[in-house]
Design a protein around this ligand. Sequence first.
Ligand code: NIG
Ligand code: FE
Length: 412
Amino acid sequence: MLIKNIKQLIQVREPGIRFLSGIEMKTLPTIENAFLTIKDGKIDSYGEMKDCPSYDGGTIDATGKMILPSWCDSHTHIVYAGNREGEFVDRINGKTYKEIADNGGGIVNSAKKLQATSEEDLYEQSRKRLEEVIQMGTGAVEIKSGYGLTKDAELKMLRVIKRLNKEYDLPIKATFLGAHAVPGEYKDDKSGYLNMLINDVLPEIADEGLADYIDIFCETGYFTVEDTELIMAAGKAHGLISKIHVNQFTTIGGVQAGVKHGALSVDHLEVMNQEDIEVLKGTDTMPVALPSCSYFLSIPYTPAREMIDAGLPIALATDYNPGSTPSGNMNFVVSTACIKMKMTPEEAINAATINGAYAMGLENEVGSITIGKKANFIITEAVNSYGFLPYSFGRDHIDSVYLDGKRQVFDF
Ligand code: NIG
Ligand code: FE
């Protein structure tokens, strides 16, 4: 397939880039008036129109439109059952997220719903969300368990993630987040719960190849830094690298623990102190910001400006989940990063593509227009410049999306 007359081909990179840090994030390489060819689902060649090869097969004329690599959403909880709009209204009426969780709402509420939902029904609910985010330009995604909180329900979630990965044309990474909250049955026995996860659930997950990564909610009132180190070490013993929830509400040393254990990413980071920023410098651990979560819960935004100016990389992801972020719209994430976190459009697009790919171990497959990478890309509507995309917030400006070079169209 040939796409010709592309007004601007965005995020064109040579192979071999792992991620971009600090000042590197300010540059977004583009080609004006470009062509792109796709072969066997991969990017085969690209360049300026004056060098466009002649081609008899399928051709798309993209006059006035831009092409950029699909969004890489490295942190989601797309597999869940039901919704929690009641808690949303409770928060409007003055309750806090913590008060709701302390009274049987929150993660435990979603776990109850999920335990009572059949695997087939859970797949159906999740499939719709996945199709929705593909339509909004996401072309690679990480999905966590963590709304099961029993062995059966956690395995059910991971099997649904595996099935989604098989049925859809985008790469999906699965993360085991059994340590998302302590379920009621273990209310006074957190270490019993962790032991069950480590000795009973984790070996089965590893045997069946149901997860790529391991996660834990390291937060005051949930799991301590000690718990976090225990889970990360157990994951590593089963070949699972960690990607962890840290610093959402309080800074208690989770970032340091993540770096110490070679976490692939540390995510949330709404509350960061100087030591948290310092310890990330020069490491392979990607800091991941989730601005839609800050927006929905009215909590601080990750201090991305300060972090990038300190030389750190940043990835952007949605956190799509029923409690803190009922939205999987990466276009909104990119806009919000620009508007609220003072990231430039170049920084935000780098953070939502190549750096997001790295944060789920997919930097050699997706995240840039690079020969040999998957042909997962977005064709925009006719727009003046890529800066228009985050500027004109609240809706996407997508004409069509492609995964493995195939146009994705779903009925809703
Ligand atoms: O990433 N912070 C922990 N977990 C989810 C939200 C949990 C929920 O409220 O369901 C998050 O924001
Ligand atoms: Fe999350």
